[in-house]
Design a protein around this ligand. Structure first.
Ligand SMILES: [Zn+2]
Length: 368
């Protein structure tokens, strides 16, 4: 099992101890794992577990019980006049969002290290995904949600057998309540933000895109960013492809935020190393409405390292994009529409001939 490494003081912690933060308070990454071997992946398929040789852990008996076949999503052009703008249909997964990539992998790890029960906090796709895979693993799961969470989302969580704990207050206060419960009970904190193993799942997005493009990287990837769970995974994935000598350069990462909640876009514009908490003025793109992203420094570093940028989109642009996508056959959640709106804004500002990939990260049926 790969060690966890503190981003602040470099301390190593065992990954099987259930730690989600260093004793110094620092965020954790995973120590580098085994090199990517396309021949190894080619023997398997088609789920994301074909890349498990890069995890450096994965007990066959456990992941085979937990998996629902997540990963392996289509990469398609939406418009004939834009054949080099490709949508990766990551909402075509068991719980209808890209979060299945990270959740399947994180819950598998939790089961492997002997977790007896899981605690998560999320008001949306991550909570549903964790709850679904926890039920597969036979692990009781409590999901902390802000009191304002819609009844439809609570119904999905309960359908998977999760216990819902409603917390009066903000998204941040909800996370604090979950962390308090983890400290008191010794439950495994199945956090898609703090647990770096979540990004082991989302990094497979990059591997699949590389393979689908004929073993070539795209020129840029446009990613909606709240807590950065997809962006950091994509960055890690292309980094591994580069270290394995399979690509010479990583694609530019273009992060998209809603103008109504844009701490990262603001920090990027200001040239700041970390994001100051922003006000959430209210956006339909709930999946990226994160006022104080805990991994902001890491996200800004990743975007800058690729020569990328951030784009902010208005509520009006999100609405228009959602309608356009509907007319292209895709009924998507507003967060996915925000990504498409950001893509259009970016390509208008910086027209590019190369291949642009963006994720259709969540289905419309789950959104209001
Ligand atoms: Zn530390």
């Amino acid at each position: 099992m790969r060690a966890l490494v503190c981003r602040e003081d470099g301390r190593h912690l065992p990954a099987d101890g259930g730690a989600w933060r260093c004793p110094c308070g620092g965020l954790l990454d995973l120590a580098p794992g085994p090199a990517l071997d396309p021949a190894e992946a080619a023997r398997e398929g088609p789920s994301l577990w074909r890349w498990r040789h890069t995890f450096g852990w994965a007990d066959d008996a456990v992941w085979r019980r937990v998996t629902l076949g997540e990963g392996g999503t289509p990469l398609v052009a939406l418009a004939a006049e834009q054949p080099r703008v490709l949508a990766k249909l990551d909402f075509l997964m068991p719980t209808l969002s890209f979060k299945d990539r990270g959740a399947a992998v994180l819950v598998t790890l939790a089961a492997m290290v002997g977790a007896r029960r899981l605690i998560a906090d999320s008001s949306g796709n991550a909570g549903t995904a964790i709850a679904a895979y926890a039920s597969r693993a036979g692990l009781p799961c409590q999901v902390y949600v802000p009191a304002a969470t819609s009844p439809a989302k609570l119904a999905a969580l309960r359908a998977h057998g999760a216990t819902v704990v409603s917390v009066p207050g903000t998204r941040e206060e909800t996370a604090a309540a979950a962390q308090e419960a983890v400290a008191q009970t010794g439950a495994f904190y199945a956090s898609h933000v703090f647990q770096p193993v979540f990004f082991e799942g989302t990094k497979t997005f990059a591997f699949e895109v590389w393979e689908q493009l004929g073993r070539r990287p795209p020129d840029q990837v446009v990613v909606p960013v709240g807590n950065g769970t997809l962006l950091l995974g994509v960055h890690a994935g292309f980094g591994e492809l580069q270290r394995a000598g399979l690509i010479s350069a990583a694609p530019r990462l273009i992060g998209v935020q809603a103008a109504a909640c844009n701490p990262l876009e603001r920090a990027w514009r200001a040239g700041a190393a970390v994001a100051e908490p922003a006000d959430n003025l209210g956006t339909a793109a709930e999946g990226i409405a994160i006022a104080a992203p805990v991994r902001s420094g890491q996200i800004l570093e990743a975007v800058r390292a690729t020569g990328g940028r951030f784009v902010a989109v208005t509520e009006e642009a999100i609405g228009v994009a959602r309608q356009e996508l509907g007319h292209q056959g895709l009924y998507v959640e507003p967060t996915a529409a925000a990504a498409y709106a950001g893509l259009k804004t970016h390509l208008e500002a910086e027209p590019a001939d190369g291949v642009t990939v963006w994720p259709v990260c969540g289905a419309g049926l789950k959104a209001p």
